[in-house]
Write a protein that binds this ligand. Structure first.
Ligand code: GLC
Length: 722
């Protein structure tokens, strides 16, 4: 449909129809007419039937047959026959569930992340969905916040590369194509820094920190053509994101040129009243419209106030039309006017959902996302002897993590089954009772039975972690240790002289310091998805050499949070004078337990011989990486840069590029990085994107701590050309 037709449709709509086109409700609210239990502010909405017949989009429906019927029924009664948009939280999988995004970040493999997103989109589109509320590009530094699982971690570069990869995977060349869905990048902006790691809490940071760390990844998703942006619940500079002109008008639309649809988070428009920036629903509606909020999710402010606001002259019809036109353009972009059902197809659903190809992709992604944190020879498991398996994650399919959409834990292979297939009778399991959903926050004391049951096993795998329902939204915690009885089990097996292999299932970095010494090996498995058990077994049995590198630092303890690698220096750096008047704690080092970019392998790698070249006006770094071990494997060569002295403080190091490389034993390659002006640039005090001539440290390494450095001087442009 051409734009003129869109403009005609808009001009022909009544004000009520426009307000409803800008409203999104769940099916039980508008289709089944039964007020559901709304999360967030519990509200009893009173929509008239005529209003509900003109709604613009639907939250969270699924299934080709259901969505075809829902669209048909809707179009039958709708006056203008504008098709519904179907949107849902397909965060890391539809039915085939991929590793949680925090784990996908650990692959340092955007191509694999894109492949995973492509498989996810194939399933979701066959099930009739048009939009996914993903990628979540919030930068995260605080594992007390349960939603770190949805992010790709603490670094702007890695987060941005992964967010862009997911957008490409979901949308392909054109989200209207078969098997593709539109991407909605969220939560704009800076939702990942709630004070105290407490869910929905205030976010407050300087404009410079917002620019340096929290905005870049959203921008990469938008550069990748994400079709929608979802605003966050939090404030930015004391203004809630859902009515922030700074975020939505100045940065998103004017600076970044975003011309897609902006949708609020769940009831976030109505929550402007709770934030005390709106005295009533009218003011909430007024402020959201002025900021350019196109779709209000799951609240009725627009439906109830636009008419009055217009009559009172507080908003203009053209502001409303601007929103409606963007929504209709999105529907047009997806081809819904010609084909309101897009790809909803029950045959296609049966063919692609949970298919072998997607499970293979899930297994590849899970293998590459797991991080070997410690290994004193216990892994890979030897070819003989009995292997014990205990712990609440040993025999459960609850390996999918939060936001697992239509995932099927009941069909998900367990670690016990996957290990049984490889080890046969060598595997002995004991006390594998899982966490009970919503039950006690600990498992029973399993020491006696486990110790007895595993007495003949030299190596014992303990599959431990946090219950998956304690990850994701509304899941902040102040205690990140393993539960008491899990720690007790590890201790007892260690005391009994067993070699303990801890396999950790979690949606965040946990506080594993208290058990680390008692474990011979630790494999961070995250929530690895539908094929996660097989992937873990592949690694434990040596069929896959682990290559994951941490996307988020592991704290030594909760008191150390936030701990991250790209910190600004201070006037009294810890490395300075020997006296105690330097930045630090009396009871804990400043460094994390495990740093960003870290991960072990079953082979060994060296990275060195860093050289800087300026051939032909190009600034390049070259480094030699060698596999000095006995088996092939992958490692991630990381390029960090530090602006040694600038007009504002700069991080001690910032990841600017990375290369995942595969090397045979003894093989050596020379990795080349081109250093661009963009990599040297930052937002100065006037918020101008600049780079300043002077000294820069160029660093390369295999994690963010062990790096080789070359200090260079980059002269001003004129000097360089002289
Ligand atoms: C939730 C989440 C958001 C999600 C939305 C729709 O509250 O904050 O990430 O996309 O509501 O389910």
């Amino acid at each position: 449909m051409d734009r003129n037709r869109i403009l005609e449709l808009t001009a022909d709509m009544t004000l009520e129809e426009k307000a409803m086109q800008m409203t999104q409700l769940s099916p039980d609210m508008f289709y089944h007419r039964c007020p559901s239990n709304l999360t967030g502010p519990l509200r009893e909405w009173r929509f008239e039937d005529e209003q509900l017949q003109e709604i613009g989009s639907v939250l969270g429906p699924s299934g080709a047959a259901y969505l075809r019927k829902l669209q048909e029924d809707y179009l039958e009664t709708s006056r203008q026959k504008i098709p519904l948009l179907f949107m849902s939280d397909v965060i890391h999988g539809y039915v085939t569930i991929m590793p949680i995004p925090l784990a996908q970040g650990c692959t340092f493999n955007p191509k694999l992340c894109e492949e995973a997103a492509e498989a996810v989109a194939r399933e979701a589109s066959a099930a009739g969905l048009h939009v996914t509320f993903s990628p979540m590009a919030d930068l995260v530094r605080d594992p007390r916040w349960g939603r770190v699982m949805e992010s790709c971690g603490e670094d702007p570069c890695l987060n941005g590369r992964m967010a862009a990869a997911m957008v490409r995977g979901y949308q392909g060349e054109d989200p209207a194509d078969k098997g593709r869905i539109a991407a909605c990048v969220k939560h704009f902006a800076a939702y990942g820094q709630p004070e105290g790691g407490r869910e929905y809490n205030t976010v407050d940071m300087s404009r410079g920190v917002l620019r340096d760390f929290y905005l870049p990844a959203y921008r990469e998703a938008i550069k990748a053509k994400a079709a929608l942006v979802m605003t966050s619940f939090n404030t930015v500079e004391r203004v809630p994101a859902s009515c922030s002109k700074l975020l939505l008008r100045r940065i998103l639309r004017q600076e970044w040129g975003f011309d897609g649809v902006v949708i609020s988070d769940y009831a976030a428009v109505e929550e402007l009243m709770n934030h005390s920036v709106a005295a009533d629903a009218l003011e909430a509606g007024e402020k959201s419209i002025h900021a350019g909020m196109d779709i209000e999710m799951m609240s009725g402010v627009y439906a109830g106030s636009l008419k009055t606001l217009l009559e009172q002259g507080r908003i203009t019809e053209s502001e409303i039309d601007e929103c409606v036109i963007r929504i209709l353009e999105l529907k047009n972009k997806l081809g819904l006017f010609e084909n309101p059902w897009k790809d909803a197809d029950e045959q296609e659903e049966k063919k692609v959902i949970y298919c072998r190809e997607h499970l293979e992709t899930a297994r590849k992604a899970a293998r590459e996302s797991m991080v070997l944190l410690k290994n004193q020879g216990a892994l890979p498991l030897s070819d003989s002897g009995q292997v014990g398996l205990a712990g609440p994650f040993a025999c459960t399919g609850n390996l999918l993590g939060g936001w697992h959409c239509e995932g099927r834990p009941e069909n998900t292979r367990t670690l016990g089954e996957a290990l049984e297939e490889k080890l046969g009778g060598r595997l002995v399991t004991a006390m594998t009772q899982p966490f009970s959903w919503g039950g006690d926050r600990d498992v029973p004391d399993m020491v006696e039975e486990a110790a007895l049951g595993l007495k003949d096993c030299e190596v014992c795998i303990v599959a431990a972690g946090e219950p998956e329902w304690e990850t994701g939204e509304a899941s902040s915690k102040t205690n990140l240790r393993l539960s008491k009885n899990q720690e007790k089990l590890i201790h007892a097996l260690h005391e009994a002289g067993k070699r303990v292999v801890l396999v950790l299932f979690s949606g965040r970095p946990l506080e594993i310091g208290p058990v680390l010494e008692e474990c011979d090996a630790v494999l961070q498995a995250w929530f690895p998805g539908s094929a996660g058990a097989d992937a873990a077994a592949d690694i434990l049995c040596g069929d896959y050499n682990p290559s994951g590198r941490l996307s988020m630092s592991f704290p030594r303890n909760v008191g150390q949070i936030p701990v991250y690698y790209n910190y600004y220096n201070t006037g009294r750096p810890a490395e300075a004078k020997a006296d105690s008047y330097v930045t630090g704690y009396r009871d804990c080092p400043n460094s994390p337990l495990f740093p960003f970019g870290y991960g072990l392998s079953y082979t060994d790698f060296t990275c060195g011989g860093l050289e800087i070249s300026r051939e032909g006006g190009k600034l390049q770094a070259f480094v030699r990486v060698r596999n000095t071990g006995k088996r092939s494997g992958k490692t991630v060569v990381q390029l960090y840069i530090r602006d040694v002295s600038a007009s504002v403080v700069r991080p001690m190091k910032e990841l600017k590029d990375f290369r995942k490389v595969f090397l045979e034993p003894g093989e050596e390659i020379r990795v080349e990085f081109t250093i661009t002006e963009d990599m040297l640039s930052f937002y100065n005090e006037e918020e101008k994107w600049v780079w300043e001539p002077g000294e820069f440290d160029i660093m390369t390494g295999l994690d963010s701590e062990q790096v080789e450095t070359r200090r260079i001087v980059v002269p001003a442009q004129a000097d360089r050309e002289a």
